[in-house]
Design a binder for this molecule. Structure first.
Ligand code: FAD
Ligand code: NAD
Length: 506
């Protein structure tokens, strides 16, 4: 069977759903192809289950940090209730609600495996073997996501390791869990299982959270140890074996042997581009899809008349749901504009470009403690040749943080481009700091001069007052030097570093 439509989207994860919706809103006929669950990895096996698994123990820890509430929070975490709440949030792994939404907005769903069959053609193979060929008048969008990488460690693939799906869909937490990796998945899952009472061992080759400021990973190592986990840095797993008694034996490079009941592999992702027919349009199967800022795949097939787009994880620009959905809005609106002859806005920060992917990607790792960052780290900014000023502030100097929780431990950093006078990076580490990140994202995207930020007054006594402390640490042109904070002097660990300085100056 052959069917013509305006736009075909392969992959109905959060990103595919969004691009389909924007193209549909422009008046185009859209068919979306999905071979598993509408809603994708994020809804059933990634963001949603991981955050619901984390939330209950985080709420309990939060209560225990506040006298009065702490006395009331004397029981143990109810793990079964946590798992039931997770099941509710993943709709018991049913996509009926998501399919109803597609119906309600008029996006046609083709269930089956989609693959390209030359320019503008997509073959959909259903589970019964029947095929439909879709011919797209305007565009095909690839939003097929990513799969976990299982590294070539001797014996690992044969030892029935967990990847992220097995961890987020757990029904009975193991007694002992070894976690290989030091990124977001490893640390969030280590936090979940340590909260459940599992004996967790994190095995990381380097430090933790390599893409963030170093103090973020250091805080999570301390936080996990505080939950009873063992965090081993600078270790290499060289051999893994699942024994007949079902135990997993992990051998490290120095010969040490660890034993666990399950091993979670969290060592990054690879693109879902095998079996996608890429070779029929001159592209390499199994590779990430390289796109320009308008999400068009850089390929000869797009040179004459653009038609092939890639959004979300599969283009490797930022493996995050919110950033993929941002790309989807730009690409969906662009497809609509191209199809209906409306003006294209392709200049940086235009409606049809994903400019923020380069400089303003927010990421929150919901570990113990939370780590939120956006933009550049100090080191990455310097590596890119910028002259930077760095302000560091301990949350101990923020009344709102102290009121939020006794002994609030956390730290914030602003990275300022010394020539432009604008914020280019921010990091917040501590309990419940995730909501602070969006203000930094706005400052970076808006290129707000730091001098103007003095007029953006954070309410007292909120954690947002950390912004005021950060500005004080940077100093205000036109103010007397050494002006102290109104309600509480900056702590000794508050300070700035210019590129000439070695250490933050108190
Ligand atoms: C454990 C974990 C936790 C995470 N937590 C967060 C978080 O808190 N916040 C955040 O922003 N990001 C988080 N992420 C990342 C986030 O899950 C991804 O960035 C997001 O799912 C990418 O969306 P996507 O639509 O590009 O891909 P996916 O969600 O993977 O969706 C792709 C869809 O395409 C379908 N598909 C693939 N190939 C075909 C084909 N040939 N034919 C038909 N259908 C096909 C798949 O079945 C799937 O439904 C997390 C990731 C993991 C692993
Ligand atoms: N809260 C969130 O937003 C969130 C949560 C989870 C995942 N994610 C996204 O999902 C993606 C995947 O996460 P991830 O943690 O799997 O990947 P990652 O790339 O963030 O981290 C991979 C980790 O594995 C280590 N590693 C790589 N190869 C290894 C090997 N052979 N042996 C031992 N260690 C090895 C790396 O050093 C790194 O620490 C990330 O890009 C992240 O953006 C986001």
């Amino acid at each position: 069977m052959q069917r013509e439509t305006d736009v075909v989207v392969i992959g109905a994860g959060p990103v595919g759903e969004n691009v389909a919706d924007r193209a549909r809103a422009a008046g185009l006929d859209v068919v979306i192809v999905e071979h598993e669950l509408v809603g994708g990895e994020c809804s059933y096996w990634a963001c949603v289950p991981s955050k619901t698994l984390l939330r209950s123990a985080a709420a309990l820890r939060a209560a225990r940090r506040v006298p009065g509430a702490a006395e009331a929070a004397t029981g143990e975490l109810d793990v079964d209730a946590v798992l039931r709440r997770r099941d509710f949030w993943v709709s018991d792994w049913s996509d009926r609600g998501a399919v109803d939404w597609l119906d309600s907005v008029g996006i046609a769903l083709e269930r089956g495996h989609g693959r390209l069959d030359g320019p503008r053609r997509v073959v959909v193979e259903r589970s019964d073997g029947e095929t439909t060929t879709l011919v797209a008048r305007h565009a095909v969008v690839l939003s097929t996501g990513s799969d976990p990488v299982i590294p070539p460690i001797d014996g690992l693939a044969l030892s029935r390791p967990w990847a992220s799906r097995e961890a987020t869909s757990v029904t009975a937490p193991p007694r002992r869990l070894a976690v290989i990796g030091g990124g977001a998945v490893a640390l969030e899952m280590a936090t979940v299982f340590a909260g459940f009472g599992t004996e967790v061992t994190v095995l990381a080759r380097h430090g933790l959270l390599g893409g963030m400021e170093p103090f973020a990973g250091e805080a999570v190592a301390d936080g996990l140890r505080g939950l009873g986990a063992s965090v081993r840095l600078g270790v290499d797993v060289v051999r893994v074996e699942r024994r007949p008694d079902d135990e997993v034996r992990l051998e490290l490079a120095d010969g040490e042997v660890l034993v666990a009941d399950e091993v979670l592999v969290a060592t990054g992702r690879r693109p879902r581009t095998d079996g996608l027919g890429l070779e029929t349009v001159g592209l390499e199967p199994g590779e990430w899809l390289d796109v320009d800022d308008s999400l068009l795949v850089r390929a000869s097939t797009n040179e004459e008349a653009p038609w092939l787009y890639a959004v979300g994880d599969v283009n490797r620009r930022a493996l995050l749901t919110h950033q993929g959905k941002y790309q989807a809005r730009a690409a969906g609106d662009l497809i609509g504009a191209r199809a209906t002859g409306r003006p294209l806005e392709l200049a940086p920060w235009g409606a049809h470009t994903a400019t923020a992917d380069h400089s303003a990607v927010p990421e929150i790792v919901f570990a113990e403690p939370e780590c939120g960052a956006v933009g550049r780290t100090a080191e990455s900014a310097r590596r890119s040749g910028r002259t930077v000023r760095v302000a560091d502030v301990d949350f101990g100097s923020v009344s709102g943080a102290g009121i939020h929780a006794d002994g609030f431990a956390g730290r914030a950093r602003l990275v300022v481009d010394a020539e432009l006078g604008t914020v280019i990076g921010a990091t917040f580490v501590g309990p419940d700091v995730s909501e602070l990140v969006h203000a930094a994202t706005i400052a970076i995207v808006g290129e707000v001069p730091v001098d103007r930020l003095w007029h953006a007054v954070p309410a007292f006594p909120t954690m947002s007052e950390v912004w005021l402390r950060l500005l004080e640490a940077l100093g205000r042109p036109g103010a007397a030097e050494g002006a102290a904070a109104g309600d509480q002097a900056a702590s000794p660990s508050t300070g700035t570093t210019d590129d000439d300085d070695e250490e933050p100056a108190a």
